[in-house]
Write a protein that binds this ligand. Sequence first.
Ligand code: MN
Length: 193
Amino acid sequence: MTPRQFGEMEGPKGAEASTETARLRTYQGWRQFVVQRHRASRLHYDLRFEVDGVLVSWAVPKGPTLDPDVRRLAIHVDDHALDYLDFEGVLPGNGYGAGDVIVWDIGRWEPYKSDDPAGELADGELHARVYGEKLRGKMVLMRTGIRQGKEWWLLLHKRDEFAECGWDAEKHRRSVLTGRTNEEVAKQGEVSD
Ligand code: MN
């Protein structure tokens, strides 16, 4: 994998908001998170947490997991606008970020170790309790270093009541918003909703 590729041309930042966003805002008062499965030049999952009005983001090549025995590489990428939360569609072009995107999981989250997620991010360790449709329970992101200009983090799931050994994101491939696969989104063309 070439980490330099991640984070470039990550798509429209806020330009593709859809009507679903309003529905999702019924979680008012809660921080939101999303995981988008993105078939770019290399498949990855974009993990995004709402912090201080933006979506702080990581590209996770193998996807997040409920398996407490695995550690996933997560490459920090550019923040995205909140309106990108429910983007599902095809990103046009030939660059790295081109490709189809589904909303693989979505929900709310809360920091469980402090009330200061921005401070946790600055310190390189984010503790998040997530309430998604696929992902549940306590997850931790830990910064491990910088390679080729990108922050490399590790993503893990705590050994809690939602942990499940052997759980693999690739066995749960459909959009939680529309039930579609990436392949189905790609066939329907460059229409986002
Ligand atoms: Mn992406």
